[in-house]
Design a protein around this ligand. Sequence first.
Ligand SMILES: Nc1ncnc2c1ncn2[C@@H]1O[C@H](COP(=O)(O)OP(=O)(O)O)[C@@H](O)[C@H]1O
Ligand SMILES: [Mg+2]
Length: 232
Amino acid sequence: MKQITFASFKGGAGKTTAAMAVTSALSQKGERIALIDTDENMPLIEWRNNALKAGTWSDQIGVFEADDLRSFEKAFEDSEKQKFDYAVIDTRGGGSELNNACVINTHLVIIPSALTQLDMTQALTTFEHTIGLHQQMGMQIPTALLIQRVPVQKLTVSQRQDLAALSELPCFETHLHARDAFASLGKRGLLHLVHEQMRSDPMRRISASHLAVAMDEVQALANDFLEALEDA
Ligand SMILES: Nc1ncnc2c1ncn2[C@@H]1O[C@H](COP(=O)(O)OP(=O)(O)O)[C@@H](O)[C@H]1O
Ligand SMILES: [Mg+2]
């Protein structure tokens, strides 16, 4: 089982959204995913509950609560035993022992950042902290930034400068854009299953076509992650 961890000191950086999006993409590829929710607000448990109600969930995905070190270990053991293909680990903002454990016990660390000064500063701090931990442990775990919530319209000069500055660090080639399909993911369920439902409703064809664009984006991102995992 390969583990993918979303981390950032900053709350609202887009960790949970990216975790849900990439879980949808991997699930669409037929992979079995263990989602490990280490945020005490349990956004992934809520996601599953909403999706179950909407009929947009898959029993190929297991969700594990892990809000302390002990339950994190247990979630790990259980998901190993249940032979999931991937574990997707969502962390809460801020620094903690649990977050440190998450970025060490993984094959890939993803640090989301939007194109704002605050996000970028926090992403850099998270990156340095994570690499520092890996070095202390004598580990080399691929760690890269995911540029999140990129405007779909033409970027401003300062956004272009921010993008160039972020690109100095290891970044995934695919960016996630600011899209309604992503903002509503937590309420709706697995992206591809939401799409299937929408497509069959003639009144919602336009929304379905927007969702299809978002799905292509997360498939490309999932492929970037799989490529990074090959070296892990
Ligand atoms: N690519 C995106 N497009 C649109 N909205 C987004 C996107 N990524 C995140 N959001 C929104 O931004 C807010 C914070 O995102 P979230 O994933 O919860 O961040 P974190 O888990 O890092 O705290 C949420 O309201 C979410 O819906
Ligand atoms: Mg979150």
